[in-house]
Structures are given as C-alpha cells and as structure tokens.
Design a protein around this ligand. Structure first.
Ligand SMILES: [Zn+2]
Length: 1005
C-alpha cells in the first residue's frame, strides 16, 4: 500500500551475487506431490510454456497457476490481447482489460460484466461476476439472500438458517487502487478465465459454492496514466521518465484513505456496489512488500468492529500462509505491516459493514520489468510472524507477482467456498450483533441537535452517513435524553427535527466508529496512518452520544432522501439591506463567489439586529449600490446554499469593511500532488474558483500581484530547500505531457514540457514582491519552512520536538485573537487536524537573538522552585517583603522585552504592526487531545496553530494544522476562507488588541 522508494538496488548487486542461486532444490521439494491434481482437461500448451518461462524460479509457482486450461469457446487473454498474462514489458490498459472481460462475458454464461460508475475523468469502473452457470441464472436470488442476511431486523434465526443453506457467499477481489502497483489487473484477467474454464475439483468447488466478484481496476484514471508512462519508458530507454505525478484527478495514494469521507468517485462506486451485492469478503490487491503479505496487522485493531471479524482476518491469512508454505513458496507472512486501526482504507466498505475487508501486499514494482532485486534486510529476517522470510536477493518478474497473488487468492476463495455456511452465518451474526449493539455494548444512538449553528455542515454529515448505508431519523418532537459524560449523567434536550442515528441497525458500527472518540495508546505499535478522526469534532458539528436506550422508543421518522437545508430570505420587502450571520457553514464562501458582482460588507464586531445576535464577520449586503435584482438573486442563492438571509429596514451600526472576491491561485509542485489534491477537491465541491498553477508559474511570473490576490501553496512533502529547488535540472527535459505514447496524461489536471526545477530563487523573489504589494501567501504545515527559511518573514521559527507524539489526530485549539478576521464566525475553540509537525515558535527578535535569549521558554516546564506551600502557591523568600514574579509567557512565544533591553535591540525588532499575530493556538496540555494519540503534549500545548505575519502591504499565513485534510476537516475550512475573503483587511482588530494588552505576551497579538 505504501509507496516504496526503491532506488537502492543497483549498487548492491555485485555484493550479493550468488545468493540468487540459493538452494532452489530444497525450497521446491514439495513440488510434484501437490494435493490438487489437474483434471484431464486439455491445456493451452503455448500459454502454459510461457507461464513457466516468465517465472524466474520454480518455487514462485504453484500447481494452481503453472498451466492454463484450453477452451474451444472461451478466449484466453492471449487470444484477445495478443500476449500471455505476465509477459515481460507488457502492461494492459483498462480499456483493453474491459474488452477482454466483455469477450469472456460473450463466450460463457459463467461471466457477467456490470458497470459500477464512472471516474472524475469519465472512465468506467466495472464489476465482473463469475460463478457456475446454474448460479448465474439465479444471481438476483443470491443478491436477495445476502441482502436479507445483511439486515437481521427483517428475519428470524430460523429464516436465516434457511437462507444460509440456500445462499452463496460472495468474494470480491479488487485490483490497482494504487496505480504504480501494476500486477493485479493483469492477474485478475487470467483469474477470471481460469475460474470460468478450469475443471479441476478445486476450481469447480469455487465456482459451485461461491460468487466471485472482480473489479480489475479501481483507480481507472491512474491506471491509464501508469501504462502510458511505462510505454514511454520502454520506448525511450535513454530518457529520464517522470514519476506518476497524478494518479486520480485529485489524489494519489490517498485514494485508499477516503472511505470515511467517500469524496472520490471510486469510493462512492465501491460503497454503492457493496450495498447492492453485500459480499462477505472484499479483498484489495496491493503491491509493495516481499513476497506476499496477507493482512492482519500489528494492532491496535479498530475498536468498533466485531471481534469475530478480527478472527476471520487471521483465519484466512493463516490458511493462505499454510497452503503457500506447504508448496515451498518463500516469504508468505502476516502481522508485521500496517496496524488495523483507522477505518479510512477502501476495504472498510466491507469491514465497516459486517463483511470482511482484507488485502495483500505482493512484491511488485517497476511495471512489467524482470530484474534482480535486493530485499531490504528488515524484511528478510526470520521472526515469529515471518518464520519463512523472503530471500535477500531475488530475480523478480511480473509473472512471479501474478503467480503468488493468484495462487493465494484461489486458496482463500476455495476456503470460503468450502466453508460457505460458516462465512454466511458469521456475516449474519455480525449483522445481528450490530443491530443488538444499541442494547448490549451501546451507545443507544447518536444525536445531531437541530439547533446546531451550522445546519449545512450537519446536513452534510447526515448525508455522508446515508452514503455509508446508515439509516438516519429525525425527531418528531423535542426530546430529552440522558447523556453520560465520564461518570456523570445529565439530561440533554434537543429540538424537534434533530437527527438521530440509531445503533440498532445493521451499519451501526460504521456510524459509531466515525462519530466516536478515539484513544491511541502511545505505547502501542507505531501507527500506520491517522490515530484520531472524530468526524463531529473535525466538522465542528455537535454530536451527542446517548447511552440510554429510552431514545429508541421516542417518536422519530426515517429519512428517505438526502437532507437539503432550505435557505430563505426572511422579512421586509422594503429592505435597505440584508444580513447573514457568519456561522462558518462553508456554503457562505460559495455564496460570496457566486454573487461576485454584489457588494458585501463584513461586520467587524458582533452586533444585534431583529432581536438576534450576529457574530463578528457577519455579512451585511446593502441594497444601495447593488444590482436591482438583488433580492431575487439572494433568494435563489439562499435556497440553494442553505443560508438564512434577514432583510432589515435599518442598517446595523457596526464598523464594516468590504468582503473581497479574491483571485486565488492554488500551487502544486511537480514532485507530489497528493495532499494539495484535497484542497482542489474542497474548492471544487464548494464551487470556489481558482487557478491551478505549478511552482514554475511562481518562478516565471514577476508580476504575480497583477494576477492574484491569494496564493495558497498546497501541502507537499519535502524540506524548504527541496521544494524551492525542485527536481534537479540535469540532463534533458522531463515532460509530463500528452503525446502519442502518453494520451492519458492529457486528462490530468496540469501538464508541462519539463517537470524539472521548483519555485527557485526567482520564484521566491516574485513571491516576496507579491506579498509586499498586498497579496496573501498561505502555507500549510511544514511548508511554513519556506517563508521562514528563505526570509520572507521574521519572528517565527519551527522548533524540533523530542517527546511529542501527536500522529494524525484531532486536537483542541483556542482562538487567541478573536478580533482577527480569520476567526470570524467561530466560537472560542476549534477541533483541528494536526500531524506531529510543525511546532511554531514566535519571537520578537525573529530568531536573531535566539528563541530563548530572554529566558522565557526554558522556565515554563518548572513552574516554581522547591519551597513552602503547594505547587500553585507563590514562592516567598524569607526576611523581606514579598515581590510577585512577572506574568509567565506562553510557550511558543517569547515574552515582551523589558524596556531597557528593547533599547539595545531596537534595530532588530520589527515594529508592533509587523509582528506575527497568533490567531489560533493549541489548547493547554490537559485539554489538548480530542481524538487519537498524544504523548509529550507539553511540547505542543499553547503553541501557535495559525499565525498571520504582516509583510509590507500583504500577509503570510502559516497553518500548523491542516485545514483541508481528506475531506474530514470541514470545521476548519473557514479559517482559510476567512483569510481569503478578508485578505486585504487582515489587520482589522489588531490596534484594539494592542490597546487592551496587559502583558508583554498579549502585546504580540
Ligand atoms: Zn498499495
């Protein structure tokens, strides 16, 4: 699953020569007494010979796949494609894979092909169904049986028993969600043929007792580009080829981290197809580690799934390991890769819905090359979970990969077929225990109160749950429920219309794992991905966990369609203006851009009108000076965007400034487009216009300010230097561009003649000019190192941490400066996504004097000297009157300088109006963790999270948290939107804060 960087092999080859001849005779000694003898079926001799030729060692074959049966009626892959599956240097485009699958469908009643849907770029996803022809005639009946077992509320145990006896389990194999992992789509074509044609008892058993589902390519856009690149590389062996810069339209590897948010087309198609067929197993095929890892994981395991599922993971994994090991195949193992914790992987389509989700990692890589490979030492050592480890040095081919994947998958399918009632019964039992959850382990329900200040985000969360197959009800009247908080119980009353997610339904576990709070013990094995994800917190939507089952008897109505918040314009037709309360519902940003020609003002203070409170930042739209059809347009926008707009006959008297319609550039590098892709997706979904530009545009455009008001550098991995320098300019240009050999690159979001180079020093100069001329430059996460290290800003540094462990979780932040326009619409606190770094330090001297030069930060960890009294008592020296100490400063910020010191460093100090302004900071240590992992929290506590640094007439905005992470952090979106809409008024509120400052620390605001 993980993208493996494998540049190390070449230099080691001479050292390890000789190891590749490692005793094949002993490894393959069990060959020839295999338990599954081929029936007397004619073989396709030519194809069979090629399989053996392309396999590099006999121990990378099993008797299941060392041959291909012949058929007079059903075409082999070779007949349709012109080559045998696993032929060196041959990869197959998705369109040709589909052509083959549809030829199979035409030739045999054992195969059917269905369309699942289309990708963002319009390419088809398919589901291939394979079973015995008798079963295929009754497909609808089998779908009905799994659907009924999936919802035990509708059947008795007796009926279930009959359905299990009649039914067939379904096993869904999915390939190439990760585009550089190229083997599985090839393998799945051959598997489909073998399952349809072969007449060994082993295959017959699968065909008779199982319905096999195959999606040969999950990431269809990325597959086509990957094959393009491979063809290009083969046709131009002397030229440098680019890496696969774009996989899908939006994200790369993270397409396998979208199952909580279902924001990508492929995720939604997978989810919908699952809910149509209810397969018992979903098996996702990945390629990274040698030779075959079958998933169980190190733990900690997801705490919301049924323990039966954990046993099933192990049951299937150990069956495969045993069968493969018996046949002398080295390096088939489990456990020590990935944790099993977060539910964001694609196979949570199954795990989150009472089925089994699992995956392989096989040794893939390098397209369809055959080459000598060195296996990293960490993966060749023998250990308890890898008693038969991979070989340290191996000649590896695409065919080897296909042999291992296909053999192990066949063993798993055969096992499920042979134990069909067991797996169907487990599926029914897990579904039933999910329904019972409300009254066994609980909670009874989750409630999203209808009086939440963000109705649109509430509706979005409800609609997401519905996409997950979760039933959501609305309360028919006001209800009072008992809520337990820690050891205390309290009553909570929520209004009619509040959303209720009952836990006595089949998919209660998926809803519960999305809405609940996670705790990841820092002593557990290192997390593979995020440790916390509580969606209510991240979306800034209130969710109430209700343990009292009494809620289940309260009157409520099932939602039968998605929720659409009905916005409207309220009040007088003779209005002089219109007001919209700033509630940080993200469609407010859509609204500003949609009515771009309408003059809108922002209230700089909270105010009251029409007996209501309006937050600072609320929109004020005067009639005067605006188009005559203003009201009609407001009515239309309100209805579509879920906004409530109040018409007023008197304008509020509050200081205001104009809300901008900024021209936005979203910048990507040519090395990694993954994490910025989530920003593009968020902007596109909210219909916020932007130019998508590469770092080269920064480099080549001296007058950036003429084109843009806001430039957002999307999050991208790498040091400041690596991003500024980019890909070294050596040799010849490396194009990422549509050509005859690479037609599919033409549909990717950006193209270039040459990916080399980065922002470069020219770009830094251009950026500096852009900011000084009034532009806003935004960095996300570690990219803050760019303006810091290249001197675009002063007064902020990034500090390294020694003990902090805050890996991909939800952390509490507090607004440090509520008068900043960036804080508009928010309350006092916000849950943010943060992953370990950066941790910011703000200092008056901008690092020139050293972060701790004036002593403040180092004192914070020991609050008082040993002495009289308690920890919080003042220390009192004896024999003199008591003098209180100076007020402590905040961690992450140097204290105000004593005047006599300022006198000496005046030349180094920025003037007050140019000092960094901390808008949002992390909460105190004991309040910091909301969900996930936290250790060493004192290194993060109180540190700045969002810093606005004035430079010239413009600003640089630094985010420690990622405000647009994987479509999970809708609650943080408006931090960025506020900054954009007020990019030319970010100084607002600053003077007043200074006037009220009491301590030197506050002076920094
Ligand atoms: Zn993968």
């Amino acid at each position: 699953m993980r993208i493996m960087n494998t540049p190390i092999r070449r230099s080691l080859s001479c050292l390890l020569i000789g190891l590749s001849a490692l005793a094949p005779s002993t490894l393959s000694q069990t060959k020839g007494r295999a338990p599954i003898s081929p029936a007397a079926q004619r073989l396709d001799e030519g194809y069979t010979a090629k399989i053996r030729e392309y396999t590099t060692e006999p121990f990378f074959l099993t008797e299941l796949v060392d041959h291909l049966p012949a058929s007079d009626t059903v075409p082999t892959p070779e007949k349709v494609l012109g080559y045998v599956i696993g032929t060196p240097n041959k990869l197959t485009y998705t369109k040709d894979i589909y052509r083959y699958m549809r030829e199979l469908e035409k030739a045999t009643p054992r195969v059917k092909v269905f369309t699942m849907g289309y990708s963002e770029e319009g390419r088809e996803m398919i589901l291939v169904v394979i079973s015995d022809e008798v079963n295929m005639r009754k497909l609808e009946r089998y779908k009905e049986i799994t659907a009924r077992l999936a919802d035990p509320r509708t059947i008795t145990d007796e009926e279930a028993k009959r359905l299990i006896a009649e039914g067939l389990p379904m096993y869904w194999a999915t390939g190439a969600i990760h585009s550089p992992e190229t083997g599985s789509p090839e393998m799945l074509m051959e598997l489909a043929y073998r399952l349809a044609v072969e007449e060994t008892p082993f295959i017959q058993e699968i065909r008779k007792n199982l319905i096999v589902l195959i999606t040969p390519v999950v990431e269809v856009d990325g597959r086509e580009r990957q094959v393009d690149l491979y063809m290009y590389r083969k046709a131009n062996p002397q030229k440098p080829a680019p890496p696969l810069i774009y996989w899908g339209k939006y994200v790369a590897h993270d397409n396998n981290r979208d199952m909580m948010s279902l924001s990508l087309a492929l995720s939604r198609h997978m989810m919908r197809t699952f809910l149509e067929w209810h397969p018992q197993v979903l098996h996702d095929l990945h390629e990274s580690v040698p030779f075959l890892y079958t998933s169980t994981g190190t733990g900690p395991y997801n705490a919301w799934v049924d323990p039966i599922l954990i046993n099933e993971w192990h049951l299937l994994a150990y069956h495969e390991i045993e069968e493969m090991t018996k046949r002398g195949v080295p390096g088939v193992w489990t456990h020590g890769f990935y944790d099993g914790w977060a539910p964001n992987y694609m196979f949570y389509v199954a795990n989150g819905h009472n089925a089994i989700g699992r995956f392989y990692e096989t040794f893939g890589g390098r397209g369809a090359d055959t080459s000598d490979r060195t296996v990293p030492a960490a993966q060749t050592t023998r250990t308890w979970y890898r008693p038969n480890p991979p070989l340290p040095r191996v000649r590896w081919s695409l065919r080897n990969n296909i042999n291992l994947q296909q053999s192990a998958l066949l063993f798993a399918m055969n096992f499920v077929a042979r134990n069909k009632e067991r797996f169907l019964h487990n599926f029914y039992l897990k579904s039933k225990r999910s329904v019972l959850k409300a009254t066994t382990e609980g909670p009874a329900a989750w409630v999203i109160p209808a009086d939440d200040p963000r109705p649109v985000e509430c509706a979005e969360l409800v609609n997401l749950l519905r996409l997950q197959g979760v039933e959501v009800h609305t309360a028919d009247r006001e209800i009072t429920v008992t809520v337990r908080e820690g050891r205390e119980e309290k009553k909570v009353t929520v209004p009619a219309g509040s959303y209720i997610i009952r836990m006595d339904q089949p998919y209660s576990r998926m809803a519960d794992m999305l809405l609940d709070t996670q705790y990841y013990n820092p002593s557990d094995p290192r997390p593979y991905d995020d440790t916390g994800w509580s969606l209510g917190a991240l979306k800034n939507v209130r969710t109430v966990r209700v343990t009292d089952p009494a809620i289940l008897t309260m009157p409520m109505t099932l939602l039968t369609a998605d929720v659409k918040v009905r916005g409207r314009v309220v009040g007088s037709a003779t209005a002089v203006g219109y007001l919209i309360n700033h509630n940080t519902d993200n469609t407010l940003a859509t609204f500003r851009f949609r009515l771009r020609d309408v003059r809108m003002l922002a209230a700089e203070e909270p105010f009251r009108a029409l007996d209501r409170s309006f937050a600072a930042g609320s929109f004020i739209i005067p009639v005067e000076g605006n188009p005559p059809d203003l009201r009609a347009r407001l009515e239309q926008a309100a209805a579509e965007l879920g906004l409530t707009i109040f018409a007023v006959e008197e304008m509020p008297t509050v200081p205001t400034h104009e809300i901008a319609v900024p021209r936005i550039a979203l910048v990507h590098t040519w090395t990694n487009t993954q994490n910025e892709g989530w920003f593009r997706l968020a902007f596109d979904r909210l219909q916020i216009p932007y130019d998508y530009i590469s770092v080269h545009v920064l480099r080549d455009t001296p007058n950036l300010r003429e084109k843009y008001d806001v430039i957002i550098l999307g999050p991208t991995p790498g040091s400041a230097q690596a991003i500024v320098t980019g890909i070294p300019k050596r040799g010849e240009p490396i194009p990422w561009k549509k050509s005859e050999l690479t037609p599919n690159i033409g549909t990717s979001p950006d193209q270039t003649e040459d990916i080399r180079g980065g922002i470069e020093l020219e770009g830094m100069v251009n950026l500096k000019r852009f900011i000084e001329q009034g532009g806003l430059f935004v960095t996300i996460g570690s990219n803050a190192a760019i303006p810091i290290e290249y001197g675009l800003i002063q007064g902020v540094s990034i500090v390294s941490t020694r003990e902090l462990q805050a890996r991909g979780g939800v952390y509490r932040a507090v607004f440090a400066d509520k008068r900043s326009p960036i804080a508009y619409g928010y309350g006092d606190q916000l849950a943010v996504y943060f992953n370990q770094a950066p941790v910011f330090q703000v200092s008056l001297t901008g690092g020139l004097g050293g972060g701790g030069a004036f002593g403040a930060p180092s004192q914070q960890l020991s609050p008082r000297p040993s002495g009289r009294g308690s920890l919080t008592d003042p220390d009192i020296p004896q024999g003199r009157p008591y003098t209180p100490p100076p007020p402590p400063s905040r961690p992450g910020e140097e204290s105000g300088l004593p005047e006599e010191v300022s006198e000496f460093v005046r030349a180094l100090l920025p003037p007050p109006e140019a000092r960094p302004r901390v808008v949002l900071r992390f909460a105190e240590e004991r309040e910091l963790l909301i969900a996930g992992m936290l250790a060493g929290g004192q290194e993060l506590a109180n540190r700045p999270a969002v810093i606005d640094v004035p430079v010239g007439r413009g600003h640089v905005l630094l985010f420690a948290n990622n405000p647009m992470w994987r479509q999970q952090t809708q609650g943080s979106f408006f931090l960025l939107f506020n900054a954009m809409l007020h990019y030319d008024h970010l100084h607002v509120g600053r003077q007043r804060a200074r006037a009220e400052a009491v301590t030197g620390e506050e002076d920094l605001q």
